[in-house]
Design a protein around this ligand. Structure first.
Ligand code: PCA
Length: 201
């Protein structure tokens, strides 16, 4: 069993991105090869790097993680849409307006992961979790869509999913925004990787 996990670098004036901080700390469950990578917050570069990683590693599962400021729990994303529409420029200064991720792709893809089960695993561990019906239209959705598109077109056995994590305490504007400790992010991701890896070679 091979799992590719990605996080993101900081963006939007932040000094840190909890997604990569949590992913980089993960330990692989026994019998699982865990490949970790930090993606740039770039509409052009992030999908290109993800595609290269998929082609080089042929993972069974691609689990991408990003920061969603304003959310209060771990968000299990349900839908990747074929649209890029940015409220702020990416880290390369690019700000797409209503552009397709892949013009030849479907309108949307559902996550390939068992979201209800994943939600139950995290709830049982006392972690705040919700299933989310939108990953936004920024770089996270673009990366999620890219993984699902490649699975649909070329890697039918590969499962693709996306998880958003809240701000860290130090990003919460003095506690006025919801936040979650890094340790909780790490624990949640570790439980998810373990659950998704179990029962498969
Ligand atoms: N969050 C952004 C992009 C990178 C990240 O961590 C998003 O939700 O699109």
């Amino acid at each position: 069993m091979k799992v590719l996990m990605t996080g993101f670098e900081p963006f939007g004036g932040e000094q840190i991105n909890p997604s990569w901080e949590a992913v980089r700390q993960l330990t692989a469950p026994e019998g699982t090869e865990l490949i970790k990578h930090c993606l740039p917050v770039s509409f052009r570069e992030a999908p290109a790097q993800l595609e290269t990683l998929i082609r080089q590693n042929h993972p069974d599962i691609v689990l991408c993680v990003g920061q969603a400021g304003g959310r209060s729990g771990i968000s299990l994303e349900r839908i990747a849409v074929n649209l890029m529409d940015a409220r702020i420029p990416d880290n390369d200064g690019y700000q797409p307006a209503e552009e397709a991720v892949f013009p030849e792709g479907e309108t949307a893809y559902f996550s390939h992961l068992p979201l209800r089960e994943m939600e139950a695993w995290l709830k049982a561990a006392g972690l705040p979790v919700q299933i989310s019906n939108t990953a936004g239209l920024y770089v996270c959705n673009c990366v999620f869509y890219t993984a699902a598109f490649l699975a649909a077109r070329e890697y039918p056995d590969m499962k693709a999913g996306f998880i958003h994590v809240p701000y860290l305490p130090e990003q919460s504007r003095g506690g006025s925004m919801p936040f979650l400790d890094l340790e909780e992010d790490r624990r949640a991701l570790e439980l998810l990787v373990k659950g998704l890896s179990s029962g498969r070679e």
